[in-house]
Design a protein around this ligand. Structure first.
Ligand SMILES: [Zn+2]
Length: 107
């Protein structure tokens, strides 16, 4: 759960609030009771910081995943090719047979 910084536009009260990402931002200032709260996102705000940290870790595993994916993809592609080839071959067989039967006739 990220920490959000809130700043009251009315009285300048600033505080932090743990909220789930899906939670609605607060509007009402607990100090003056006016709906002048602003949720501050940026410079060192927990959520951004965490985000970049995530990115770094993610990046590492991402390249690893990428490499693995490539391997898998190649394997899958090879398999797909085989499948396609097999399919094409069996599909083309009747045609080829016709051509074959015709070919000797021509020759
Ligand atoms: Zn206030």
């Amino acid at each position: 759960m990220p920490t959000y910084d809130y700043l009251c536009d009315s009285c300048g009260h600033k505080f932090e609030k743990f909220q789930s990402i899906t939670a609605r931002p607060l509007r009402k200032c607990p100090e003056c009771g006016k709906k002048q709260l602003k949720r501050l996102i940026g410079a060192g705000a927990g959520i951004i910081f965490k985000g970049s940290g995530f990115y770094e870790t993610d990046y590492r595993s991402e390249s690893y995943k990428e490499a693995k994916k490539k391997e898998e993809k190649t394997a899958t592609e090879a398999k797909d090719k085989k499948d396609t080839k097999a399919k094409t071959a069996s599909d083309a067989k009747p045609k080829k047979d016709t051509t074959k039967t015709k070919s000797p006739d021509k020759t």
